[in-house]
Design a protein around this ligand. Sequence first.
Ligand code: GLA
Length: 634
Amino acid sequence: MNIICDAGQGAFRLDTPCTSYVMALADGKWLGHVYYGPRLTAEGLDWAHDYWGIDQRPYTPDQFPREEAAFFDRFPMEYPMANTGDFQECCLAVRRGAGLSDCMPEFASCEILPGKPKLDGLPATFGEEADCNTLKITLSDRPTGVVVELYYTAFTRLDVITRSVRIINGGGGTLWLDRALSACLHLPDTTGSMLTLSGSWARECGAQVREIGPGTQGIASCRGISSHQGQPFIAAVSPDVNQERGEVYAMHFVYSGNFLARIEQDQFDRRRMVMGIHPESFSWKLEPGESFQTPEVVMTYSAGGLGKMTRTFHDLYRGHLLRRPYGKRPVLLNNREATYFDFDEARLLEIAGKAAELGMELFVLDDGWFENRPTDSGGLGDWTVDRQKLPHGLAGLAERLQALGLQFGLWMEPEMVSMDSRLYREHPDWAIQTGERRPMLCRDQLVLDLSRPEVEEYVWQRIAGTLHSAPISYLKWDMNRPLTNLGSAEQAHRYVLALYRLQQRIVDQFPDLLLENCCSGGGRFDPGMLYYSPQIWCSDDTDAVERLSIQQGTAMLYPLSCIGAHVSGCPNHIAGRMTPFHTRGIVAMAGTFGYELDGDRSSPTGIFKESWYGFCVCKPMTRTQKDSRPSRMV
Ligand code: GLA
């Protein structure tokens, strides 16, 4: 058993192959953090209370009530509460009506659960009894009736501890949670720097290392998606960290909406790292007996630099987050950069014919296949096939592709509605809005309010109807704008929960479908989405040179098999750069590998065709072909 749970002694310990995590009680009731780092060699836990001097006179409130506040100002509370003398970033803020609350849950009980319990309505890592065990510590606060269940799962073969929290209203009155984060970690002095992955659209996942200074620093999203601007990841690292050496304390959030990841350095230069749903515009109402489940945080410690951290995340996600044994993925050709909206069935079949000849396996029809979609300004939400472009419908196109030996894949953006659509004309109120002003447009579209059950059901019917209408073996689920004009403090999280339900229904009802998530590229590339789709489109920037840093940052956390990467045409549509086909091929091979171009159009000189053969996996370039390449292609 890799967990010790000793309520009598008031100490708790989790072990993974190379790490240990220890907590202890002060005054028999305040749960404090003691240690996280290299695996402890000493057995037992009788030393735990002395580690930070947390249970010694005159520091604890029961022994020295005169200076109670000093205790709470310095005690490394495992799950810190707002408005209780802990003045750093806290995890829990409870409100009763218009009034605040000084909720201070004390230790109540603990137990060890074999394996890992599922999280209600949320994606999470999974494991059987042989893979992991879970420590559940229950805290409770008598005046408010708040019960807090802290879950820690320690993996037996990986240096991973996952954390989540369930907050229950065990009292008689209504409560509001204004902050309910998933994890807090007190860091050792050795971690002077912070690593985050930040960027922008077409510039995702740039690694940034900064020195940690007094006050708070970190990364966050309030866009309703995990965002291009910040990966839901944070690590405290030793200043000398590199791929092989140095310490890393990392947290990664299994969630696809607003998040906060922060490190705070206090008056004594001690550092605390927290992660959870962003508290801005968040409040959750809990009636008596109701509970709130926070999303999961994956935590790892590495004494072997960033490389060890990366390998741990990859192994965890491959073995305990990706839900099906996906083997070799089909080599696909996506028509986006080849045609944009300018296509019809004949044109698609022309491109597909060449793709088939070259041994590709899947043809993906991107945006523009439905009515009222000559540009990106209309049609979203209706999902009726444009018979002018596709006279034989999706089924007819699929049949023709099958005759060429290709599978058929399709693009949809199910969460959206265009103002120029039948759906919007019939249900303008289904778009997210406050009701006080017209909601803000972005890419000429609005977001459907998935937090309303009738909207969620409509969206499901459109997805299921489309998938049933033709032999579709792959779906690219896109999402191309942030959430704005929200009318309630629960809406953003309820939206994410509905999104997860929809993706779950796809996985359950279309088990053979290959789902690829996308959000204008990597705007929702997070472990939450990965739970449903084994691959995610990494960036709209397909320029091979710019892709190097984008994919390198993404691969710091995610296995290469998850990273959507295609060979596209030149000059690159975003960067305008000319890049040898060889380079584009190699970069795309460091991901799922596919193509996003039109062979003939990109090849007025015929050069392209020759080099195309060089990187078609089924027809490797011969030595003679290689040698005959013009020098600028090398
Ligand atoms: C987003 C996606 C692209 C493409 C377009 C279609 O930008 O990231 O890959 O599918 O939408 O409109």
